[in-house]
Design a protein around this ligand. Structure first.
Ligand code: SAM
Length: 300
């Protein structure tokens, strides 16, 4: 029996929490609070008008100059006042170290929070320790969210720097003893090797970029490589699997096509697939920012 697909677009909404808030958005920018630091940066989707007066935006610690190029990493941070080189954002006792990165990120994607909570519930309600694979795992937010609830996690990313950052987050969170395998490798090559080694996972999380490179320059192009990678991920699922979560952003795909591709590779496993968009709710004013697409499968 194929997984049933919910034919509606599910919005998964990240609401403000003490570590993060979308304070305002508009005129192609967004104003956000990451812990104690407020940043003003480009947001091509914010076509509307801001709610807060300019004087509030001017209070931001840092502003990323607008390059007009959504995917480009040109542009730079301009500091308005003292901004720490790094600082911590707290979520449920997990500490994420944030920094102003040259490509206008902070090392943390807060819209993933709904996935962290969902995975956390899966782990807590399981009658055994779940073994989870996190691919394209960056600085380890989902890895630590899963590890804090007792899962065994394999964290994979092509960037040594991102892996070290993840380890620093692990130490800051007091999770040094948690069973996490940190692996710097190419996602496709690693998954193929894990199949040959006969490894199995109960849950798989993937957040692939549109385009990327493995540590030895291996090319990743989502439209070409995703179907085979997903098929290999399906082959890595244990006999008692729990879930698979796929997120994608900045590309000409829809959440419906993500769901159909996932359904293809999970043929005969039953279960259900939800798909839709990851949204962030703004603090003031009834606005939501769409950040990415997702499709997720669960057995139950
Ligand atoms: C935007 S990040 C994912 C964000 C992460 N899921 C989170 O919530 O923090 C994409 C990651 O994919 C990694 N990457 C790109 N190409 C890769 C490849 N071929 N194999 C493994 N990782 C790759 C990058 O190093 C980057 O850390």
């Amino acid at each position: 029996m194929n997984a049933s697909i919910t034919p509606s677009i599910t919005p998964l909404v990240t609401r403000p929490w003490d570590g993060y808030a979308l304070l305002d958005s508009g005129h192609g920018r967004k104003l956000e609070k990451y812990g104690k630091v407020t940043v003003d940066r480009p947001e091509p989707q914010a076509l509307w008008s801001p709610t807060l007066p300019q004087s509030e935006w001017d209070k931001a610690h840092a502003r990323f100059t607008n390059t007009g190029d959504e995917d480009g990493d040109s542009g730079k941070w301009v500091l308005n006042k003292d901004c720490p080189e790094s600082w911590e954002v707290n979520w449920e006792g997990v500490k994420f170290i944030c920094r102003l990165m040259s490509f206008r990120h902070m090392g943390l994607f807060p819209e993933q929070l709904t996935h962290w909570n969902w995975v956390s519930n899966k782990i807590k309600s399981a009658d055994r320790q779940l073994n989870i694979l996190n691919l394209f795992a960056y600085t380890g937010a989902a890895t630590l969210a899963a590890a804090k609830d007792g899962a065994q996690v394999t964290h994979l990313d092509a960037s040594k720097k991102a892996i070290q950052w993840g380890k620093d987050n692990q130490a800051a969170s007091g999770l040094t003893e948690a069973p996490i395998r940190w692996i710097c490798d190419d996602a496709k090559a690693f998954v193929a090797r894990e199949i040959r080694r006969g490894r199995k996972y109960d849950g798989i999380i993937l957040d692939p970029p549109k385009f990327g490179r493995g540590p030895d320059g291996e090319r990743w192009q989502i439209e070409e490589d995703l179907p085979d990678l997903l098929a290999n991920c399906a082959a890595l699922l244990s006999d008692t699997p729990s879930f698979m979560i796929l997120t994608a952003y900045a590309m000409r795909l829809s959440s419906v096509s993500l769901a159909a591709t996932l359904s293809d590779v999970l043929k005969d496993k039953g279960g259900k697939i939800d798909s839709g968009e990851l949204l962030i709710e703004q603090v003031n004013g009834n606005r939501f920012l769409s950040t990415s697409l997702f499709a997720r499968w669960e057995l139950k």
